[in-house]
Design a binder for this molecule. Sequence first.
Ligand code: MSP
Length: 519
Amino acid sequence: MKKVFITTPIYYVNARPHIGHAYTTIACDTWARYQRLQGREVKFLTGTDEHGDKIVKAAAAEGKTPAAYCDEISGAFKNTWAKLGLTPDDFIRTTEGRHKKVVQQILQKIYDAGDIYAGEYSGKYCFGCERYLTDKELNDKGECEIHLTVPQVISEKNYFFRMQKYLPIWKDMLLKNRSYVEPQGYCNEVLGTIDELIKNGEDLSISRPKTRLEWGIEIPFDTDYVTYVWFDALINYVTAIGYPSTGSGQVDFDSFNDWWSVSHHMIAKDILKPHGVYWPTMLIAMGLPVYKRLSVHGYWLGFADQKMSKSLGNAKDPVELAGKIGNDALRFFLMREMNFGSDARFSEEIMVNRLNANLANDLGNLVQRTLSMLKKYECGPNPDSAAHASAAGIDASLKTMHADYQKYFENFEFHNAIEAVSVVIRSLNKVVDDYKPWSLAKENMADCALLLNTLFRAISAVLIYLRPVLPEKTEALLGLLQVTSASALPQSLGEIGFPAQKLDTWPMLFARMELDKPA
Ligand code: MSP
């Protein structure tokens, strides 16, 4: 069975989960469900990034120990994903023993190979980014462009990873296979950053003295130092799939390689440099292949088109929002509204308009009126009904949807995959409008029954395609109607199966929403 491994960034525990974190995690959950639907074995990983200065500061601000604070916020992330109905296969925390062991083993391995050395470092450090920034990364006020704070100038002894040795190798690999980083705009950005780093000639600082920071993983060859958070955090992706650790008993290289060879990372553009540049060079130094793919999305912008984030105070709580509109509606909005790769605006008005148009009007209306008429005219669902004259056209649209949907999902174009389904939904509403079953019921009941049963099959097919995006609503309705399909993604109405039944009641899919107040 084909495997796929999909990861979210591991989130910092200095902030509670907001819509931005929820987007990436929901996108990975949606993709994982799409892959499972295709019969693939999926490992979906998320987790929390718990070491570093800013975690210590956040804990102190709340009068808690770093460990207690991390437990609390990491738990909040885990609970949020559970409340939103997301089903990761693993949740990794960088403070876990399994991770610490792997980080130390990798540090030792790279050190033994001569690719880690000691030196002096002085630079402008942004505590928000947990890394030194170059002047190019500052705005005209000298502030970090992401956190809008002036970085602190710091000078200290450091261990360095010989990134310069691996940058040209990675650049060459990327030029030969640009699909490592998608969409392509971000691949260009990575190539630009590689060139800039090669020009600067700098290596990557990977340590912090314990005198300044204790909350980290100790460097195995110098216990006065802890590992720099990015070197620690990025390694989570290999810890979780059993990076072959020589320390304990059986070493399962095959299992590790099986997952690593199909690894897909999803991130937003804020952390492109660590994932697009640091991590591949680390992997090459470790003697591992580079990930299969890095998929990069844009930002959710809140008020005044600024990136939604805790530090800017404009973040939305996803659980609160889902409590108002439902998990599926939240998922649908996030997945459909953002063009993967570009920024998207978030406001209640945008959300309500999108949900009313696509869910209440298009899908909700189609399902509601078709089922209501089947019930009213007592003509089905009847599995023995022959096909209506509209069936050939619907079959053709299912085939087109099937091809588009797969192409877009494989390419992480969630918005386009969903739109491919919406096109069919709108065409089915047009079939209803054109053939007018309410008139047919008076003139030709037999034809009306054929039409409504054909539409029932078509709706079933559409709901099957929407399973990754609307898992709760589709499972409820498909379960109630006892719909089956001959293949995972049906390409013709004939593939749909269901028992003869008399409709009684069914759950309302999506009601129209009123705008509370514009955000
Ligand atoms: N801990 C690091 C990642 C280490 S991965 C080895 C980190 N954490 S974070 O909590 O800041 O999360 C950043 C990620 O959260 C983004 O890359 C993105 O996935 C998500 N988002 C946070 N805010 C977002 C928006 N406003 N818009 C879109 N995604 C956002 O960086």
